[in-house]
Design a protein around this ligand. Structure first.
Ligand SMILES: Nc1ncnc2c1ncn2[C@@H]1O[C@H](COP(=O)(O)OP(=O)(O)O)[C@@H](O)[C@H]1O
Ligand SMILES: [Mg+2]
Length: 316
């Protein structure tokens, strides 16, 4: 039923041989991901995302806790896990730029011991899946960033894995290339695979996921469907548009713990609050006192990004 299960995972890095400095990257991560679903792990830099992905891919051994991927234990049955998992690490230069896309996939297929006939068939399918038809015999150095990333994902799929782990698959891509990669991820899930992706892009998690986990400081601090994650936070986003003296508006914002943004002479006072009526009353009262004119009041659901900022107290 679960493609990925983890309980109480902990990992500490020791910095250097002599220095005793230690970094606790994971502080007890538990996770359940159903077969055939897409789970996004959302968190800022340093949250522990890559460490978790590496443990699930059997590239790192946890200090405490256990994890099962595709039914096998990552520590005791690593060989079985590796047959069933594909991993694409962000920022990793795992492709040979002097070789063509086809040659890269061929090289890795042979490294993984895939029989030649099967490898050729698989590579043809993958080239099509990732939309690189017509480019397979061009050297990777001539590919765009988005094409390299799609080839990279194809590499992760060579062993026809049940579970695909994607570490920040759209980082550094322009919006159009990122959109193509998201489309590809959707096709991969539609094929029946389970995908765990890490991201610090809220919109990406919101758009793609069945479930979202928010990780910060080595802990999963909230989890649910994208809608539920927003509900856990329970806040509402209030935006009050004002005109008048910017200094008065900025003082008003500071006083009420809100943010002030100026767009074309209109100042937007923004805050995520529990009680929107109380907040609006306060803004109206202060605005009157400070000679500011209220133009518009909007109340809406926070986006996952806004929810995330509030939960972790951090920006992107
Ligand atoms: N090889 C390493 N040696 C020492 N510290 C590391 C190493 N890799 C990661 N860390 C530290 O562990 C924490 C979690 O890192 P990481 O798992 O890469 O987070 P994320 O992928 O969410 O940015 C960070 O504080 C990071 O600096
Ligand atoms: Mg990372």
């Amino acid at each position: 039923m679960y493609a990925i299960e983890a309980e109480g995972l902990e990992k500490e890095y020791k910095m250097g041989l002599i220095s005793k400095r230690r970094v606790k990257a994971l502080r007890g991560v538990s996770l359940r991901i159903r077969r055939g679903t897409l789970y996004s792990l959302l968190g800022p830099n340093g949250a522990g995302k890559t460490t978790l992905v590496k443990i699930l891919a059997t590239l790192l051994i946890p200090d405490a806790g256990w994890a099962r991927v595709a039914g096998f234990d990552v520590a005791r049955e690593a060989v079985e896990v590796r047959k069933r998992v594909g991993v694409v690490l962000g920022g990793e230069r795992a492709l040979y730029w002097r070789l063509t896309g086809w040659s890269n996939l061929w090289f890795f297929s042979q490294l993984y011991g895939i029989p030649p006939g099967e490898a050729r068939r698989r590579i043809r399918e993958l080239i099509e899946l990732v939309g690189l038809q017509g480019w397979e015999h061009v050297r990777v150095e001539n590919y765009s960033k988005g094409m390299k990333q799609r080839l990279h994902i194809a590499r992760g799929l060579l062993n026809d894995p049940e579970v695909l782990l994607l570490d920040e698959p759209t980082i550094g891509l322009d919006p159009a290339a990122a959109k193509e990669v998201r489309g590809l991820i959707r096709r991969i899930v539609a094929e029946g695979r389970t995908v765990l992706l890490t991201t610090h892009y809220m919109a990406e998690a919101e758009e793609l996921s069945d479930r979202v986990g928010i990780i910060s400081g080595g802990r999963i601090i909230a989890e649910g469907s994208p809608g539920e994650v927003k509900k856990i936070i329970g806040g509402r986003m209030v935006v009050v548009s004002l005109t008048g003296h910017p200094r008065e508006a900025s003082m008003l914002a500071t006083l009420l713990g809100a943010r002030a943004r100026s767009i074309d002479g209109v100042i937007a006072i923004e805050a995520m609050v529990e009680d929107e009526e109380e907040f609006i009353d306060k803004v109206l009262g202060e605005a009157l006192r400070r000679g500011l004119r209220v133009r518009k009041v909007e109340v809406r659901e926070p986006s996952l990004e806004e929810a995330f900022i509030r939960l972790t107290g951090e920006g992107q």
